[in-house]
Design a protein around this ligand. Structure first.
Ligand SMILES: Nc1ncnc2c1ncn2[C@@H]1O[C@H](COP(=O)(O)OP(=O)(O)OP(=O)(O)O)[C@@H](O)[C@H]1O
Length: 249
C-alpha cells in the first residue's frame, strides 16, 4: 500500500518517509471495494475494513471541487496531521482514543482501531429514563468531565465535542473519544470555554432534560486542575454571548 507508515506504540508515533517510488505499488485500493461505508460527513467518509486481519476504521478525507487541488491537498494533509497529533497526545496522557494503525497522507486516509461499542448519544437515548442505568450514567458523565479537563490541560481543543463523538467500549463501558478532525492546540481559556459550550449545546439539543447531566460533567471538569475553574467562569460569558446572538440575531 502506498502509505506513510504510522507506528503507534503506546508512546510514540513515527510517520516514516515514503519508500522510493520504484519499490511501491502505485495502485490505490478503493475503500468502497474493501470496506463498508459507515458514515459520510461533510469532509470525510468513514469505512469499516480489515488491515492484515485486524478489524479497523478508515477515515478518508475527500477533495472539495470548489478548492484548488493543491490547496485542497494541503488542507487535507494539515487536518489529518492535526488529528493524528491530537490522538497521540491524548493516548500518551492515558485518555482513551482509538490507536492509530497507519497514516496514508497521499490518499488522505487514517487507519485506526475499531472500537466495539456504541456512541454516548445512543446510550443516553436508550437509557436516560431507566432507573437501573442512573448510576452508570452519572459515572460516565463524571468520567466525561474529568477526561475533557485532562484534554484541555494538554491544550488540546477537540473542536467538535458532541455525544456522537464519544463511544462506550462494549467490554468495559470505558469512554473513548473520537473525531479529532477539527481539533487544534491552544492554551486560550476562551477556546476551552467554547469547546465546553459546544458540548453543552449538544447536550441540550440532543438530550432532553439533560441540564443535571451537564452540571455533573462541569463539576468533574472543575476538579481536574486549578485553571479549569477559570474556564468555567469564561463559559458563563460565552453562554451570555450565545443568548444575545439568539435574541438579537
Ligand atoms: N474508531 C472507531 N471505532 C468505531 N466506530 C467509529 C470509530 N471512528 C468513527 N466511528 C464511527 O464512525 C462515525 C463517523 O466518524 P467520525 O465522527 O470520526 O467522522 P466524521 O466524518 O468527522 O463524522 P461527523 O460528520 O459526525 O463529524 C462515528 O460517529 C462512529 O459511529
Amino acid at each position: 500500500m502506498d502509505a506513510n507508515e504510522c507506528n503507534n506504540s503506546e508512546n510514540s508515533t513515527t510517520i516514516t518517509k515514503q519508500a522510493p517510488s520504484s519499490t511501491i505499488s502505485t495502485k490505490v485500493v478503493k475503500l468502497d471495494e474493501i470496506g463498508i461505508l459507515i458514515s459520510q460527513g461533510a469532509e470525510a467518509k468513514t469505512y469499516e475494513t480489515d488491515l492484515y486481519g485486524l478489524k479497523c476504521i478508515v477515515k478518508e478525507r475527500f477533495s472539495k471541487a470548489y478548492r484548488h487541488p493543491t490547496l485542497d491537498q494541503k488542507i487535507s494533509a494539515k487536518r489529518i496531521l492535526q488529528e493524528v497529533r491530537s490522538l497521540n497526545k491524548c493516548k500518551k496522557k492515558g485518555i482513551q482514543v482509538p490507536s492509530l494503525y497507519l497514516v496514508d497522507i497521499g490518499n488522505n486516509r487514517i487507519y485506526m482501531e475499531f472500537i466495539k461499542g456504541e456512541t454516548v448519544k445512543h446510550y443516553l437515548y436508550k437509557n436516560q429514563e431507566s432507573i437501573d442505568h442512573q448510576d452508570q450514567i452519572i459515572l460516565t458523565m463524571k468520567e466525561l468531565g474529568k477526561q475533557v479537563g485532562i484534554i484541555h490541560e494538554m491544550n488540546v481543543i477537540h473542536g467538535d465535542l458532541t455525544t456522537s463523538n464519544m463511544l462506550l467500549r462494549e467490554s468495559t463501558l470505558e469512554l473513548v473519544f473520537i473525531d479529532f478532525g477539527l481539533s487544534y492546540t491552544s492554551n486560550s481559556v476562551e477556546d476551552k470555554a467554547v469547546d465546553l459550550y459546544v458540548l453543552e449545546r449538544a447536550f441540550i439539543s440532543t438530550h432532553p432534560n439533560s441540564e443535571q447531566l451537564f452540571q455533573t460533567i462541569l463539576s468533574a471538569y472543575e476538579l481536574t486542575s486549578p485553571s479549569s475553574k477559570i474556564v468555567i467562569q469564561k463559559l458563563n460569558q460565552v453562554r451570555l454571548r450565545g443568548r444575545k446572538k439568539t435574541c438579537f440575531g
